[in-house]
Design a protein around this ligand. Sequence first.
Ligand code: UD1
Length: 418
Amino acid sequence: MDKFIIDGGRRLFGEVRLQSAKNSVLPLFAASVLTESKVTILDTPEISDALCMAQILRELGADVSFHGSNVVIDSANADSHEISSTLTKELRSSVFMLGSLLTRFHRARIAYPGGCDIGLRPIDLHLNALKRLGVDIIERDGYILCECKELRGAEILLDFPSVGATENILLAAVKAEGTTVLQGAAKEPEIVDLQNFLNQMGAKVQGAGTDVIVIEGVKKLGGVTFRPMKDRIEAGTFLIAAAICGGEIEMNGIKSENIGLLLHKLRENGCKIHIKNDKIRLESHGRLRCNRRIETMPFPGFPTDLQAQTTALNCTAEGGALVVENLFETRFKYVPELQKMGADIEVKGRHAFVRGVPRLHGATLVAGDLRGGAALVLAALGAEGVSEVLDLSHVDRGYSDLQKKLSNLGAKVKRVRI
Ligand code: UD1
């Protein structure tokens, strides 16, 4: 298991080359089995979640090959509708396979999905929606067994705008008989990416990015070559890193409205942000001010995937901050690690109260989940002295080349195998 050794206190300068969005790429892998033609996903990030999705597709019988950063998926020979628990335990996105396997084979058998331990993460919304499309579902021995004679378009109302459920419904409804009208859909930009991908395959989906999505079932889907959107969470993570460390960084390819609330919060902290087309530049000088309140919400609200990193920022800003986590029940598990560095944070249920201290000091930290782990890396970059961040396997699930990208900006980070 690898660890980072970080010598904190360096300012960050330069340009970050952003990866394609993890949360866009993973559903696209699932969507690739909707067709027997070849699918190419360009500029796929080298993250372990993507490699795991590739492994799932191979287990189904698909041929998946990497050509540099481009991935070619040929699922003409895929003949299995089953995914073992060894793979589904690795990542939550395995649940997307339900929708696409049902479209392809009218059956699916998958073990309950895993992923980061940040809350209960039920999949009732996914399963209820699939039932509306005509699927019979049995849950037995940790497996979900789904079967249908045919998928039929339906009106579906989501109780809560779940990203994964919205994407699963798209995957199950693209070739259903008739039209599906999904109300209460999640509005995340990655869902727009999935819509564009499906439409380039010949699907008829419209409305992604709003809370009503209409999917007109089509008979056939063809191949596609697609470049996913850039990763807004990776972008946010680097912007927060530079805000914490001080310095000046810039990045290309991100629509500022996709991280609108983060940019607003960073300005509140005292950072200068310059936006020109899809270029974002951040300048951070001197001690920052705390955000009074940060509350995570579905898009376009403040992303839960940037909650931990923002908490790390507030630890050394002036004043106090209240961070409210509305999406996941236990997403403050990284807090005791920040406390080891001298952070003053009190957690009560879904609320964290942060009182800014002048600086954090280096410590040995354990990364327990993906974004919490990223927050520890950022805190260590800004801290006085040397820190070790242990167990990078979670961080590797979502960030490609993190050590190299941070080093290019002037950070002192070493990756060591232990
Ligand atoms: C996706 C993202 C993840 C992000 C999250 C919220 C991917 C691969 N992952 O996860 O990075 O943190 O959106 O923006 O895109 N819920 C239910 N029942 C369900 C489904 C969800 O109660 O059937 C609840 C969840 O427990 C959670 C909330 O809805 O409280 C949001 O979850 P959801 O939007 O589904 O997140 P994911 O799709 O798992």
